[in-house]
Design a protein around this ligand. Structure first.
Ligand code: 13P
Ligand code: SF4
Length: 300
């Protein structure tokens, strides 16, 4: 493994590349990356980086977002089959039909969508800023929020706004059940419970904090809690432990594994840098329109 890491570091310099890894990536991939973060943090880093090549260790929509933001950079994904099933639950045609039924609605698109869908949304959001984006739209008569129905329900509750939602969900987060949280609380009565807003409403109602993965890392550092129950994809536990060696972290459910996030291995990162593959390039016509919604979000 040391040889692979050395070669990755060497090639990274030669190619003028930056390696970004989502918080759910395998431990060794997170450790080889220049930055680890959530969807919003990684988009911001991709946009501001001076590197010529961005190796995106995450799922396809994240690499597409980087391509939309950085048309002059070469954006690579080490495994092009690493998709997000939730993002695939809505197509641009689906959204156009929904918009036809609600012609006055402002459309908020979760960043977990394809570039074609992003082209049709008015403003993008991530789990970090979804509540703030809805609060900003106080003059909107109607709001469509796609594709995650659980995130939409959570945001609706927090803001008091009725949202027109889509029947999408994350197959990994729905594996976390309320009884998992209750069991962990019984086992660790002093622990704080933090969960991702892609969890079901019942799970969310049992949590002390509902947070994006980036905010979970911050909360773990700053909250003062010595033990935490973590209701999201288990890959984040690596970073939490690394940054807080004195604290204890308990995954809410060992079943919360995103198989697509685990497709990226160190070998594939190396091959990606060697061959400059697989390139993710959003065509200009889609990119320009999709960029408007992302820029509006980033301006917040
Ligand atoms: P974050 O933006 O919180 O990292 O979430 C991305 C994601 O895909 C969660 O399943
Ligand atoms: Fe998509 Fe869920 Fe995997 Fe996140 S955890 S990338 S929402 S399938």
């Amino acid at each position: 493994m040391q040889d692979i890491i050395k070669e990755i570091q060497r090639l990274k310099k030669e190619r003028n590349a930056v390696i970004l890894a989502h918080n759910y990536q395998l431990p060794e991939v997170q450790d080889a990356a220049d930055f680890t973060g959530d969807s919003l943090e990684l988009s911001r880093i991709a946009a501001s980086s001076k590197a010529k090549v961005v190796v995106f260790c995450g799922v396809h929509f994240m690499a597409e977002t980087a391509s939309i933001l950085c048309p002059d950079k070469t954006v690579l994904i080490p495994d092009k089959t690493a998709g997000c099933p939730m993002a695939n639950m809505i197509t641009a045609t689906d959204l156009l039909e929904l918009k036809k039924r609600h012609p006055k609605a402002v459309v908020i698109g979760y960043v977990n969508t394809s570039a074609e869908v992003k082209r049709e949304v008015d403003i993008s959001c991530t789990s970090t800023n979804a509540v703030d984006v809805v609060l900003k739209l106080k003059d909107a008569e109607e709001i469509i929020f796609i594709p995650d129905k659980y995130l939409s329900d959570y945001v609706s509750k927090k803001t008091g706004r009725r949202l027109i939602s889509w029947d999408g969900y994350c197959p990994t987060h729905v594996k976390i059940l309320p009884e998992d949280i209750i069991r962990q609380i019984r086992l660790h009565p002093k622990a704080k419970v933090m969960v991702h807003p892609e969890c079901t409403g019942e799970v969310i109602s049992l949590a002390d904090a509902v947070l994006s993965t980036g905010k979970m890392c911050k909360y773990a550092k700053e909250s003062g809690a010595k033990e935490l129950i973590v209701g999201t994809e288990v890959g984040i536990i690596h970073r939490l432990k690394k940054e807080n060696p004195e604290k204890k972290f308990y995954p809410a459910s060992e079943l919360a594994v995103c198989p697509n996030m685990k497709k990226i291995t160190l070998e594939k990162v190396l091959w990606s840098l060697q061959d400059l593959k697989e390139v993710v390039k959003v065509p200009d016509e889609i990119r320009k329109k999709a960029l408007r919604g992302i820029e509006k979000m980033l301006a917040f």
